[in-house]
Design a protein around this ligand. Structure first.
Ligand code: M6R
Length: 588
């Protein structure tokens, strides 16, 4: 997490506004604090930092303007050190200003050593050792380049770093190891944590690989490998689609992204025609993912085992490589990640690559993301930029790709899938109903979601959406598991949200609904027309369109997203940037 940006002005123009624009695009990566540093016309480092979201920094800038033609900026998601101004980046040590995304894992030893040398630390961050190492190098007579290279040979961990030296006023030095970094070349030469943050300033980009580093000046960019030999990496032209089109008529990105689901699904299916050969010689499937993407993997397991008859395991990526997993021969590994950057998923895939010959298929929403560069093949969800921290359209688009794989031998299901977005449009008309329901649920302290079969992961996802953006404690359970413990939680104040479509498990789930109703009066059932009339009058019923049973999980998640959104609105939370979270999780 954390977003970094660095930019050099053409013709000596002030870069502060451009850096702020870039930081706006990067705010999804962290919003505990933000900061900017520039070299002013006297080659002095000037810095402004503010706690909280970017608007606090903008407010400070309005009264205490700084300016310069070279600068770096940072949005922080706190790891080491509380979210205070002294821990906000850029971190400065006399001649040096640093922004950093990642974790310096050996910072304790380095800090101890630097303190022995008389270095004084002002912050609690791991990043300050980078600034101190650079400053110590300069004090010992090294050039900025020498100091930078020595520092890179000393630190361990993950980093995307941009550094400015007042002694070298036309250069930003950058380096990457396990944290994303893109260099822009064009009207401005620049660097950012992602392509959208710099897309308006340049025409071409270079994706740095781990271990690579670079020096940016207004005249060009020099690239180096980890041994500091100069290299010429390939450049990519920026396509128009990376430019975020804003919130449009919507109050929040999340709302817009929920509404975009029919078109996102149509595009995803149009651009992803599944080649059946991906399953040649495959006898097992292993899915690696986190959070919402993990829930997509859980749904896929039901489909894969039923239709492909291939045993499928779904693993939480952050746990996977810390045990001794057995990877059987002929396993296809599917890594699902919206951002394509989640470090837990990337590291789990790296583990697989080291310990097996398995081929890796990535499903990602971001072109050229880190996962796409390490996977053997990639399917892109064509959901468009997802800015809201709570994943919505990327999830249903992931499910569309996974369904297309699962149903590859069943033409009638593939055809039905094509018409599925029309049902989503119908469900999106339920905003009024979800808003009414939200009024009933918004004061709950806790909520329970239950479902069976492929609706169990949707219960988990519904609960995740609610807790993430409304801060109401929520849990999802397999409906049949309630009686083994969680049922003790139910009373009149705990709403139980039951996913109970008219499928072969209806009667069983209905029994669980009745059991919940016997213990609490706040039971809400999402179902379809088929059996709704047999549900007790005491139950709040939400009636969804009747569709093919296999597509029910994709459809049922949509009203749960809308419900969470409506509840969050009533609770006045920051829907797109919920507390403590960041969109892209690049630290373990
Ligand atoms: O980018 P990824 O799909 O790898 O992200 C994984 C999770 O961090 C993500 O799905 C997270 O759980 C979402 N905020 C949920 O809405």
């Amino acid at each position: 997490m954390c977003g970094i940006i660095g930019l050099i002005g053409n013709n000596e123009e002030d870069v502060v506004d451009q850096i702020i624009l870039g930081l706006e695009k990067l705010e999804y990566r962290g919003y505990d604090s933000s900061g900017i540093a520039v070299l002013d016309k006297d080659c002095k480092i000037k810095r402004l930092r503010a706690v909280g979201k970017l608007h606090s920094l903008k407010a400070k800038l309005a009264v205490d303007r700084i300016s310069g033609s070279i600068g770096i900026g940072h949005n922080r998601w706190a790891t080491h050190g509380t979210p205070t101004e002294k821990n906000a980046h850029p971190i400065i040590s006399k001649n040096v200003a640093v922004v950093h995304n990642g974790i310096v894992e050996n910072y304790k030893e380095l800090k101890f050593d630097l303190k022995k040398d008389g270095c004084i630390f002002d912050s609690d961050t791991d990043t300050e050792v980078i600034a101190s190492l650079l400053q110590r190098g300069i004090n010992n007579g090294a050039s900025p380049r020498e100091a930078f290279r020595k520092m890179l040979q000393t630190i361990e961990g993950s980093y995307a770093i941009a550094v400015m030296f007042d002694l070298l006023p036309d250069t930003i030095m950058i380096a990457k190891q396990r944290s994303p970094l893109v260099i822009g070349i064009g009207a401005n030469h620049c660097v950012g944590s992602d392509i959208t943050s710099i897309a308006s300033f340049c025409s071409e980009v270079v994706y740095l690989e781990d271990g690579e580093n670079a020096e940016i000046t207004k005249d060009g960019v020099l690239f180096f490998n980890r041994n500091f030999n100069q290299i010429e990496p390939s450049r990519h032209r920026i396509s128009i689609e990376v430019i975020d089109s804003g919130k449009g008529k919507y109050q929040h990105y999340m709302q817009k992204e929920i509404m975009e689901q029919p078109s996102a699904l149509r595009r995803t299916m149009l651009y992803n025609k599944i080649d059946k050969s991906i399953l040649n010689d495959i006898s097992r499937i292993l899915i690696l993912a986190c959070g919402t993407s993990y829930h997509a993997g859980m749904v896929a397991k039901y489909w894969f085992e039923k239709f492909l008859k291939i045993p499928t395991t779904v693993e939480i990526a952050s746990e996977y490589r810390y045990r001794s997993p057995v990877i059987e021969p002929n396993t296809l590994v599917i890594a699902i990640t919206q951002s394509g950057e989640t470090i837990d998923t990337i590291e789990a895939v790296e583990y697989v690559k080291i310990h097996s010959n398995s081929k890796v298929l990535a499903i990602s929403n971001v072109k050229n993301s880190a996962i796409s560069r390490i996977a053997d093949f990639v399917f892109y969800t064509e959901a468009g930029a997802e800015i809201g921290v709570a994943s919505t359209k990327a999830f249903t688009a992931q499910l569309a790709i996974l369904a297309s794989i699962a149903f590859m031998h069943y033409d009638f299901l593939i055809q039905e899938l094509q018409s599925f977005p029309t049902y989503c449009e119908e469900v999106l008309n339920l905003y009024g109903a979800m808003n009414d329901l939200a009024h009933k649920l918004c004061d709950a302290k806790s909520a329970i979601y239950i479902g069976r079969g492929s609706l169990y992961p949707i219960a988990l996802e519904g609960a995740l959406k609610l807790k993430e953006i409304s801060y109401i404690h929520a849990e999802g359970f397999a409906a049949g598991e309630m009686k083994h413990g969680p049922i003790a939680l139910i009373d009149d104040n705990v709403p139980v949200i039951c996913l109970c479509p008219d499928n072969e498990l209806f009667d069983k789930t209905h029994s669980n609904v009745q059991v919940a109703l016997a213990r609490g009066k706040n039971v809400i059932v999402f179902t379809d027309f088929g059996k709704s009339e047999i549900l007790s009058d005491e139950i709040t019923k939400i009636i969804l369109p009747k569709i093919h049973v296999e597509f029910v999980p994709i459809l049922y998640v949509i009203p749960l997203q809308m419900l969470a959104y409506s509840i969050a609105l009533l609770r006045n939370t920051d829907v797109d940037k919920p507390r403590n979270l960041a969109k892209s999780v690049t630290v373990e």
